[in-house]
Ligand binder design. Structure first.
Ligand SMILES: [Zn+2]
Ligand SMILES: [Zn+2]
Length: 231
């Protein structure tokens, strides 16, 4: 099968390659990739700015379909299902973070796309425990945004908590900034999405009911919550 492989450490060293199709072991499934998003992390991996274990297939924002299961008892539940997946493949299951249910923070986690083969391929293997079924009616191209949306919800709703009526400033109108603005708005906040003058056209398009846009960056202290989504 075809896969985009980071084949050695160092900058670049990324190629489209032919690699053998993986076979799921017990407790794992084989996904046929529908879409995999390109994350900022993938660019860091390409530029040698992120820890990787090459050769490894890049990509962790995966929407796929379960086409094979490694354990027969998983067949009824998962075979044929359209799913998104957690990004960690393996964690220590022992550390404080793992035991607190925050396996994404485990120091020893091995994530897909950097330490285990990821979604820039026709197929990939993930643990069955990492699967989330996508409800029917959610289009593929929207479902493929589940991982960046989950990051945004984690930051806005679990780490801090946005309350109805609060004012929220989001700087940076890229995908993460826009998701942050949408999650804040859905939580009942009044949102200002700010960018630079080069963003003017995009900001005009993103302005909507509950999201005010501006090319001037207002002072963060004037808002209940401020989120920086720009580099
Ligand atoms: Zn990502
Ligand atoms: Zn751990």
């Amino acid at each position: 099968m075809k896969a985009v492989v980071k084949y050695a450490a160092g900058a670049e060293h990324v190629k489209l390659r032919e690699i053998p199709e993986p076979t799921p072991g017990p407790g794992q499934v084989l996904l046929e990739v529908i879409y995999t998003g390109v994350c900022g992390t993938d660019l860091h991996v390409m530029r040698d700015e992120y820890k990787v274990n090459p050769p490894v297939v890049m990509g962790h924002e995966v929407l796929g379909r379960v086409i094979e299961v490694g354990s027969v008892e998983d067949a009824d539940l998962w075979l044929g299902k359209r799913v998104v997946t957690e990004t960690f493949f393996r964690c220590c299951e022992r550390c404080e973070m793992c035991r607190a249910g925050r396996r994404n923070m485990c120091e020893e986690r091995e994530s897909i796309g950097s330490f285990r083969d990821g979604g820039f391929a026709e197929k990939l293997i993930v643990p069955v425990l990492n699967l989330h079924e996508v409800p029917a009616g959610v289009p593929d191209e929207i479902a493929a945004l589940a991982e960046p949306l989950a990051c945004t919800c984690h930051a806005l709703l679990l780490q801090s908590s946005i309350k109805a009526g609060q004012t929220v400033l989001v700087t940076g109108p890229g995908p993460m900034g826009y998701l942050a603005a949408q999650v804040s708005r859905a939580s009942g906040a009044r949102v200002t999405l700010a960018g630079i003058s080069a963003d003017a056209e995009k900001l005009a398009r993103l302005a909507s009911d509950g999201i005010t846009t501006t090319t001037e960056t207002p002072p963060e202290l004037a808002f209940d919550v401020a989120m920086r989504c720009a580099r």
